[in-house]
Design a binder for this molecule. Sequence first.
Ligand SMILES: [Fe+2]
Length: 148
Amino acid sequence: MTETMHEQRPFVWAPKFDTGVGDIDDQHHVLVNTLNEANLTLRHETSIPAIDRLLQDLLAYALYHFETEEHLMLEHDYEAHEPEAARQHIEDHRKFAQQVVIMRNTLGSTGDIDRDVLLSFLGSWLQQHILGVDQKLAAFLHKRGAAG
Ligand SMILES: [Fe+2]
C-alpha cells in the first residue's frame, strides 16, 4: 500500500455548492459525507476487499445520483433547451463512472492503489462537477420553476 499518503483535507460544504434543488442538494450531501468517510477509512484500511467495497458503494450511490439528475433533465427537456450543457453534463457522469471502474480494476489487478490520487480525484471531480454543470442544470430548473 502506498506509504506516502498525505492528509487529505475533508470536503467542507460551502453555500456555493447549494443548488437550491432539494433532491440534488440532499444527494450531494450524501456524496460529500461518503467521500469524507472514505478519507478517514483509507488512513488505516489496508484490506483490498474493504477498499474495493468502499469504491463500489461510492460508485453505486454516484450512479443513483446521476440517474436522478438525468431524469430531471429528461423531465424538463434540458437537452432541447441546452443541448451543449446537457451533453457535457452527461459525458461528465460517464467519465466519472469509467474512472472509478478503472481504479477498481487497477486495485484488483495490482492489489494496490494510490490513495492520494484516488481521494484527490474524487474530491476535485465532485467540486468541479457541482460548481460547473450541476449549477448550470439547477439554474435552468429554477428558470423553469421546476426546482424544489
Ligand atoms: Fe451532475
